[in-house]
Design a protein around this ligand. Sequence first.
Ligand SMILES: *[C@@H]1O[C@H](CO)[C@@H](O)[C@H](O)[C@H]1NC(C)=O
Ligand SMILES: *[C@@H]1O[C@H](CO)[C@@H](O)[C@H](O)[C@H]1NC(C)=O
Ligand SMILES: *[C@@H]1O[C@H](CO)[C@@H](O)[C@H](O)[C@H]1NC(C)=O
Length: 570
Amino acid sequence: MARWEILCFALCSYLGIAWAASLGVVYTEGGFVEGENKKLGLFGDYIDIFRGIPFAAPPKTLEDPKPHPGWDGTLEAKKFKNRCIQMTLTQNDVRGSEDCLYLNIWIPQGKKQVSTNLPVMVWIYGGAFLVGGGQGANFLNNYLYDGEEIAVRGNVIVVTINYRLGPLGFLSTGDANLPGNYGLKDQHMAIAWVKRNIKAFGGDPENITIFGESAGAVSVSLQTLTPKNKGLFKRAISQSGVGLCSWAIQKDPLAWAKKLGQKVGCPTDNTTVLAHCLRLSDPKAVTLAYHLQLTNLPTPLVHTLALTPVIDGDFLPDMPDNLFANAADIDYIAGINNMDGHIFAGIDLPAINRPLVKITAEEVYNLIKGLTVDRGERGANATYTLYTQGWGDNPDQEVMKRTVVDLITDYIFLVPTQWALNLHLQNARTAKTYSYVFSQPSRMPIYPSWVGADHADDLQYVFGKPFTTPLGYLPKHRTVSKAMIAYWTNFARTGDPNTGNSKVPVTWPPYTDDGRHYLEINNKINQNSVQQNLKSRYVNFWNVVYQNLPQVANISVAEELLWSEENNTF
Ligand SMILES: *[C@@H]1O[C@H](CO)[C@@H](O)[C@H](O)[C@H]1NC(C)=O
Ligand SMILES: *[C@@H]1O[C@H](CO)[C@@H](O)[C@H](O)[C@H]1NC(C)=O
Ligand SMILES: *[C@@H]1O[C@H](CO)[C@@H](O)[C@H](O)[C@H]1NC(C)=O
C-alpha cells in the first residue's frame, strides 16, 4: 500500500465522521474501494452504495473459485458488473461474462454519523440455476434487486452477490474430475467475504442473514446445510424453495455431463478426458449446449431442470435431508406463495390461463402421471383421487384449473418446504423456525381473476417496489411491502421477525411441534392471518403415503425422454 493511500484512508475516514453521512473510501482485504454516496430526498438521510466489488478472482472455466489477489490504488465501485455468462431468453445466444464474481452493498447512513454494527442481509437471486444477476432485471434503470428500500426502511446493510449459472455453474461428472457445485461455492465465497469485510462498511459480522428466492431459496437452504459455512451467518430466509425440492439436486450428473460434452465435441467415455475437454471448450458453446424446452413438453416442466447442485461428497456430503444438524443454530424463515405453481402449470397446461379453453379430467390425469413417474400408476391414481375429491360429477372449469395449480404448487414448493420446516425444527438447538404463506393476488392483468400469488410475486414487495415506483402500485401494495420489509429486517436484527426497529401488523408465532403456526402475508394482515397446519392432509399424503408406495422408476427417466424429444426437434 502506498503512503499516500494510508494517508488518504485516514483522512477520508476522518472526513467521513466530520460529514458523518458517507463512508468515503473503504479499505477491504483486496484494497481500497470507493462507492457512491447518495442523498435521500431534500433533507433526508444518505445511503452509501458500492457496486461491483470482487469477492473472488475471475474464475477459471469449471473450476472452484479462488481468492482475489487484490489491487493497487482505489477501485471505483460505482457500476454494476456483468452477470455470470448465461443463455438469453431466446436461448440462442448468451449474455454476461465469465468474469462475474462481484457483489454490491447498500449501507444506510444517518445525517450526522456513519452507521456501525448494522445487521447484514445477503441476497441470493433465483432463476432456475440458469439465469439471473445480483442486480436483477433492469427496467428503466430501476433494478429489481436494488437494496436501497430494504436498507433504508429496515436500517440494515443489503448485499447482493453473483454466482455462476447453467453448465458453467453446475455441470459435474459426479466424480473428482468435475465435482460441480461451482455456483454454490461462489455463493459461499461471497458470504465468507462479507463475514471478513463487512465491519469496514459499518456491518456487524455476527449478525449476517442470507435470503433468496426460488433457486436462490434452494441455495440459501443448501448454504445452511453444508458443513462449510459453520459460524459464517446466523439466519436464513428461503422464499419459495428449499434443498428438499425434487428439482434441487441432480442425481445423475454424469449423464448430463456426457450429453453436453457430446454437443461441444468432447470425448465422453473417460471423465478425466471429458472434464479436461469441457474446461478447454468455448464457455459460450458449453452454456448453449443446454436448452430448456418450454413448449410441447413430454414431461412436467419441474422434471426438466438438469443443471442444479449435486451431492459431491464435500460441499454437500450427503442428501439434504441428512444435513439439517448443520443448521441447528441458524434461525430460519421458510415460506411459499399460495400459487407458486401457477406459472409452471401454465407451461404444462397452457389452457389454465385461457378462459375460453377447457381442460379435461384426462389432461389432469396425464399431468399427474408425468409428475408421479417414480411411483407409477399407483402413485398417479392415489394422487388423482386425492386432488379431485371435491370435484363432484360435473366440476366447473375454474375448480379444475385451480386444482392443477394447487397440485403443481404443492409438488414443486409447498410440500418440500413443510418437510424442511419440520427437519429444521427437529434438529434445532438454539435456532428458531418460522413459516409463512404469501397470498397477495397476482397483478398480471392477463391472468384469470382467481390467480393468487404467483411464483416470484413476493420479490417486488420484499424489495420495496411499491415505494420506489409509487405510481405503479396502490396503497394496499405499500401495506404489504412495509409489513414484509418489517418482518424480514426485524428477523435479520434479532432472529425474531416481531422484534426490532419496525412495528409489525401482528405477532408471527414460531413454527413449533404443538403449534405448526404460519403467517399468511397479504395486505390484510390481522389476528386471522396467524394459522396452523398448512394443508396438512396433502403434506402428509406426499411425505408419508406417497413416499411409502414402491418406487418403479427414476425421475431421470423423464429427463431422458425430454432429451431424446429435444434432439429430434433439432
Ligand atoms: C445482533 O444485533 C443485535 C441488535 O443490535 C444485538 O443485540 C445482538 O447481540 C447482535 N448479535 C447477534 C449474534 O445477534
Ligand atoms: C482416463 O484418461 C486418463 C488420462 O488420459 C487416464 O490416465 C486414465 O487411465 C483413463 N481412465 C480409464 C478408466 O480409462
Ligand atoms: C388406476 O386407475 C385406472 C382408472 O380408474 C384403473 O383402470 C387402473 O387399474 C388403476 N391402476 C392401479 C394400479 O390402481
